[in-house]
Design a protein around this ligand. Structure first.
Ligand code: SF4
Ligand code: SF4
Length: 471
């Protein structure tokens, strides 16, 4: 029997034992609609994120798209700041912070990210909403799927897929719009002038969203998402997660309302399967903690509504911890959580400091490799450098270039053209720095090349280099 696993029907105990072979396609999951506290919480967490995702690309600041990842220009415009390739370490830092935040939150609240904010969950629930609108609740959908094709089935299924496609296309447009520029993308697509790559990615993400949220659904969480696999490493005995209180629930079984079921040795679980029918990953939480569980709380809402109907106390399935189920107490203040929190705060502080103090103009200096180390003309020792100015500000600026070195030396600087840079422009300019030979006492000394925006003196950067003279 090792190559066979029980079917959903078998799990649901309809009395008939059937098996399906490994690698056989999964049974379709028909989710029962349920209302409750956690469904409401998800609305309040998911909706703002969804709105932000769809509307942020349409925001403009100073005539530019507020969030625009302009890959050809290698610039990321995020509200009032522009980041370039030299800011890659900030991105790496951000990813590390996100990973740490995920560790900390998972240790504290289990997989709430998966259950409440993960795009796969949010989009899947959106698609299920579309199914419910067009085809009805669980039992109606099951009947419709089993029914032969006719006008009603075509219309209902067609409606579902039309809504899915609209959501998928809107998702793809918003996502690609962050890179292409949303207004340009919409106009270019409408006039058949879109860049082939832009059009390809819109088609790709429309298809990916349609397949992921429409058909793959829980398979993504179960088999494709790596996070599901390593979450257990972050859990401890006090992690808050969705648990079934077996001590209270067993022995499970149907009973008539109002009978003294406890006298018959029964627990609070009436074995109604509502908790299974609402589960988006198709598991039975009563079998214990399983890696597939995304902590969405739908089974909590379902069971609470059953408990209300039966006039039993709520919380047979609830967010609790292994410790609480065993000892009646969850230990919130624990070293691991404290450590994660501290490291997270520290990293966030350093990251914010870096971003706030980061100058939107940057200068790099290279001694000119093609030239001699130095040149002596008319009593002056001259060094040649290439100054590379990067204007990551969102306004054009004219830059002055100055030299800071030893106070006793009279530096003079010559450059052939001015440094006027447009937003996001990188500009290289050769400069000649000279010092009277009579003043030079060292063979080599440090100097700073300082650039400053003429119209905004606070935009300044400096680069250390060396000035070389005769030995
Ligand atoms: S919803 Fe509650 S009562 Fe019904 S089967 Fe699940 S645990 Fe038991
Ligand atoms: S077992 Fe409950 S919390 Fe876990 S995924 Fe299923 S419905 Fe959500």
């Amino acid at each position: 029997m090792s190559d066979r696993i029980p079917t959903r029907e078998e799990q649901e105990g309809d009395g008939e034992v059937r098996y399906r072979m490994l690698y056989e396609s999964e049974d379709k999951v028909y989710i029962r609609h349920i209302r409750g506290v956690y469904t409401r919480i998800r609305k309040y967490t998911g909706l703002p994120l969804l709105l932000a995702f769809f509307f942020i690309p349409w925001l403009n600041i100073d005539g530019h798209q507020a969030v625009h990842f302009d890959l050809p220009a290698r610039q990321f415009h995020i509200f009032w700041t522009t980041f370039g390739p030299q800011d890659g370490f900030l991105l790496a830092w951000l990813l590390i912070i996100a990973a740490f935040a995920l560790f900390a939150i998972t240790t504290w609240l289990g997989r709430v990210w998966c259950g409440f904010t993960c795009p796969q969950t949010v989009w899947t629930l959106m698609f299920i909403w579309a199914e419910r609108v067009c085809e009805g609740d669980r039992s109606k959908r099951m009947k419709l799927d089993a029914a032969p094709w006719g006008v009603e089935k075509v219309l209902r299924k067609g409606g579902t897929h039309a809504i899915w496609l609209i959501i998928s296309l809107a998702t793809a447009l918003a996502f690609v719009g962050y890179f292409y520029g949303i207004r340009d993308l919409v106009v270019d697509l409408a006039t058949f002038n879109a860049h082939p790559q832009g059009a390809f990615w819109v088609a790709f993400f429309t298809f990916a969203t349609y397949m992921n949220a429409g058909f793959l659904r829980e398979q993504v969480c179960k088999y494709m998402c790596p996070y599901a696999r390593f979450q257990s490493v972050m859990y401890d005995k006090d992690t808050l997660a969705v648990y079934y209180d077996a001590r209270r629930g067993e022995a499970r079984g149907p009973r008539k309302k109002g009978v003294d079921y406890k006298a018959q040795g029964m627990g609070d679980c009436i074995d109604c399967y509502w908790c299974v029918q609402v589960c988006p990953v198709d598991i039975d939480i009563r079998d214990g903690m399983q890696y597939e569980c995304i902590n969405c709380g739908l089974c909590v809402d379902a069971c609470n509504s059953v408990m209300d109907k039966m006039q039993y106390p709520r919380g047979l399935i609830r967010f609790t911890s292994e410790d609480e189920l065993e000892t009646g107490k969850t230990q919130f203040a624990r070293p691991r959580l404290f450590g994660y929190g501290l490291v997270l705060l520290l990293m966030l502080g350093l990251f914010s400091h870096q971003v706030v103090t980061r100058s939107p103009v940057q200068v790099e200096v290279q001694r000119d490799r093609g030239a001699r180390m130095y040149r002596v003309t008319q009593g002056m020792v001259q060094n040649v450098y290439t100054v590379k100015i990067n204007n990551m500000d969102q306004r054009p600026h004219q830059f002055s270039i100055g030299i800071e070195g030893k106070p006793e030396y009279d530096y003079s600087l010559r450059m052939q053209r001015g440094a006027e840079l447009m937003p996001g422009e990188i500009y290289s300019i050769p400069i000649r720095v000279s010092v009277p030979k009579a003043q030079l006492k060292d063979y080599k000394h440090d100097i700073f090349i300082v650039i400053q925006a003429k119209d905004a003196p606070e935009l300044e950067d400096r680069h250390k280099t060396v000035f070389i003279g005769p030995k």
